[in-house]
Design a protein around this ligand. Structure first.
Ligand code: AMP
Length: 111
């Protein structure tokens, strides 16, 4: 179990901005931009790289739709959706999550 399961189960507090039956979105505790929201599936998948099969694919699609909803709720027209898959790519919590980042000029490429 990761800390995100505890957030889903309301065992630790978070600032939730969007929720439906399959997906939860809450503000990152260490934001890198004015908007920095994490979108996660309620059913744990380790990462994009670990996703497998049509059920995981469908759930990732729901996460993407939730990212779009979060951007609209936050009033963002321009934003970035990023998911670090694997420790070498910067993943630190091993429950799939998509960062929705915006509200400032975003540089490219990322580090
Ligand atoms: P990553 O490094 O891509 O796995 O992203 C994990 C993110 O989770 C980081 O941006 C952390 O700041 C964030 N994070 C860790 N613990 C919490 C928490 N309790 N509430 C909100 N965000 C968290």
């Amino acid at each position: 179990m990761t800390i995100f399961t505890k957030i889903i189960n309301r065992e630790i507090p978070s600032d939730i901005v969007y929720e439906d039956d399959d997906v939860l979105a809450f503000r990152d505790i260490n934001p890198v931009a004015p908007t920095h929201v994490l979108v996660i599936p309620k059913r744990p998948i380790v990462s994009v790289g670990a996703a497998d099969g049509t059920d995981d694919a469908a759930l990732m699609g729901k996460c993407m739709a939730a990212c779009r909803a979060v951007a609209e709720l936050e009033g963002l027209t321009d934003f970035r959706v990023v998911s670090n898959s694997g420790a070498g790519a910067g993943q630190s919590v091993f429950h799939l999550h998509f960062h929705v980042i915006g509200g400032r000029k975003l540089g490219w490429p990322p580090g």
